[in-house]
Design a protein around this ligand. Sequence first.
Ligand SMILES: Nc1ccn([C@@H]2O[C@@H]3COP(=O)(O)O[C@H]3[C@H]2O)c(=O)n1
Ligand SMILES: [Zn+2]
Ligand SMILES: [Zn+2]
Length: 250
Amino acid sequence: MSLQIQMLGTGSAFAKTFYNTSALIRSNERNILIDCGSTTPRSLYDIQLQPDQIDGIVISHIHADHVGGLEEMAFRLLYESNQKKTKLYLTKAIADILWENTLKGGMYNPEDGYHSLEDYFDVIVIEEQVPVVIGPGLTIELVPTLHISSKPSYSLFINDRIFYSADVRFSEDLLIHEVAAKRNCHTIFHDCQLSGQGFIHATLDELLTLPEHIQQRIYLMHYADNMSDFIGKTGHMRFVAQHEIIDLPE
Ligand SMILES: Nc1ccn([C@@H]2O[C@@H]3COP(=O)(O)O[C@H]3[C@H]2O)c(=O)n1
Ligand SMILES: [Zn+2]
Ligand SMILES: [Zn+2]
């Protein structure tokens, strides 16, 4: 049994030298994506993975840097891969808005029988805060976290012991009490806004207030193009690099 996480992109929404933050979980021959932003298909192309080699996509929230590549994935599966559907794992709150507010504009095609998310994806609605088995040795749990107050948004626990923040405001309570103390996560992937005030993302300054034993478990992601200016200034945390493969215990 094996578990690897490869970052397909590590950039912030507006980064131009890094792809949108997205992760590929490779677990026992399965390829699962966490989010699929506008630049994710290009990143998959770089590592020679085709859409039909992706077994499922988990969605954290509907900003374009997290879902903007779904239309391309679905159309390529439909027109280049013999109408194959990939699994789409999301909560009901996300399913309700992903089609109506994001995908319908380009994908609604009643003449050819395409009316809904289910016409393109094998939609698997998962409950918040309930771990779901999505492959041998792989469970995902979506927990609601605060990003934009009017939009549903989720962080993930992978096999209970790996935390993937997606986009989230800094929460000392979440990181210290839930992620570190209660779940004892050995690995944390956290978004990181390098400068300015963190209205909707965790800032580097906020993350630097965490105790050393938590910082040591943190890989910083979702960073801006000037990331290299901050190397050596991240305390006990480190930046995860684009396309870096991290081997993890299950
Ligand atoms: N209130 C907001 C809303 C959005 N934004 C910017 O838009 C981006 C959308 O993707 P993101 O990765 O959540 O980052 C957001 C901010 O850069 C922002 O800076 N402030
Ligand atoms: Zn984002
Ligand atoms: Zn966002």
